[in-house]
Ligand binder design. Structure first.
Ligand code: EPS
Length: 382
């Protein structure tokens, strides 16, 4: 099974990720990982920390002559702001952060919790996803994340291919699909900063090229929609995840929710095997499995909980009312979150791909991929 863990504190020496179960024979380029890490650090609205860091991932193991060898892949991202031993204990927990619940849970300190709860950890998750997508590309699977909303301003996704949308996204400082509206969003972020406040938003991720049958209908923990929701919800500051029509599907009758099934002989040799759908309200997942349509997932991010104009809290020693602690933070990290969600989704797709076509090597996976499509084609003509 493909899996990963991360370790590291926000102001410790480094973040570390360990990927296990990755097939052999996949070319892994550090430049691909570093490009994703750079993108995560960017986006208008970031705070002072990103001026200090220049994230890059060192590949410590699992690769020989540029290709994976089937052994665990260890990644190391150094922290320039390695000052943990000089940092004090914050006086009061921040509403919305892990501070209060974590310090009580561990019979410990706020510092001991916030260092690990910090969204700095998402750098390690992005690096892991950037390794996973280097496997996905061999199967023609592409993943793109972008911002749909910041605070009250929605920037809807227009029609277009993933390639077209990537060009637009990369032209926007807010990672939306409409760079012409950047000025409006930047004004919103600037005004919010002046008030000492923060902003959340909604991001969307689209996956194209996934075949039929990733995930499973047979057991709760193998359903891919469930796995995606868990993986995305676990990202710092996420408060909602929806797939396809999501919550809107609860408001419509079945006839306006479910995607009709047609057959087009001309598409029989594509991953859809000829089963075309005029709509994709299911967001590419039916019964916990991919249905060869694009996977569409949205995530809602709450505003960053470290406020320059802090909310009421309680001093942890005196138990007297006191404003929450503030050092520095981002005003809006929604663009960065779109990069994190994109890479977290990429990893879950790679994991489901290894579950279905798994083997010890890329070569073996590719053979099984081909065989599955041959057999599935034959099976429908039974
Ligand atoms: C982050 C690094 C952190 C925060 C932010 C994300 O750095 P520092 O705490 O040194 O400013 O900027 O973390 C949070 C939003 C949070 O709530 O902890 C990063 O690298 O993404």
């Amino acid at each position: 099974m493909l899996q990963y863990y991360t370790a590291g504190e926000s102001h410790g020496p480094a973040l570390v990720a360990l990927i296990d179960g990755f097939p052999a024979g996949v070319e892994i380029r550090q430049s691909v990982i570093d490009a994703e890490l750079r993108r995560r650090q960017g986006g208008y609205g970031r705070g002072g920390r990103q001026q200090i860091e220049a994230d890059r991932a060192e590949i410590l193991s699992g690769r020989w002559r540029g290709r994976t060898i089937g052994s665990p892949i260890a990644l190391l991202i150094g922290n320039h702001d390695h000052v943990i031993e000089r940092l004090d204990e914050p006086a009061s927990p921040r509403p919305g952060h892990a501070d209060l619940a974590g310090a009580i849970k561990h019979l410990g300190t706020i510092r001991g919790v916030l260092e690990r709860a910090s969204a700095r950890e998402t750098a390690a998750r992005v690096a892991v996803g950037a390794v996973a997508r280097q496997l996905l590309r061999h199967f023609g699977i592409d993943v793109l994340g972008y911002v749909l909303q910041i605070g009250p301003i929605a920037i809807p996704a227009s029609a277009g291919t993933l390639v077209e949308h990537r060009v637009l996204r990369d032209r926007s400082e807010l990672y939306t699909l409409d760079p012409n509206r950047d000025a409006e969003l930047k004004t919103l972020i600037d005004e919010t900063r002046e008030r000492g406040d923060t902003l959340g938003g909604i991001v969307e991720v689209r996956v194209e090229g996934a075949p039929f049958g990733l995930g499973s209908h047979t057991q709760w923990d193998r359903k891919l929609d469930g796995r995606l929701a868990q993986a995305v919800m676990s990202i710092q500051a996420m408060k909602g995840v929806e797939i396809g029509l999501g919550f809107e599907s609860a408001r419509r009758p079945g006839s306006e929710v479910h995607d009709p099934i047609h057959f087009d002989h001309a598409a029989a040799s594509t991953p859809s095997l000829g089963f075309v759908r005029p709509s994709n309200h299911a967001g590419g997942l039916e019964g916990g499995m991919t249905n060869a349509q694009p996977i569409v997932l949205r995530a809602a991010m709450k505003p960053i909980s470290t406020l320059e104009q802090p909310l009421p809290s309680v001093n942890f020693e005196t138990l007297q009312a006191e404003k929450a602690s503030y050092q520095r933070s981002d005003v809006c990290a929604v663009p960065a979150a779109s990069c994190v969600v994109e890479n977290v989704v990429a990893f879950e797709i790679a994991r489901a791909l290894v579950d279905k076509f798994g083997g010890d090597s890329l070569e073996e996976m590719l053979e099984r991929w081909k065989l599955f499509h041959q057999l599935a084609g034959k099976n429908i003509k039974r």
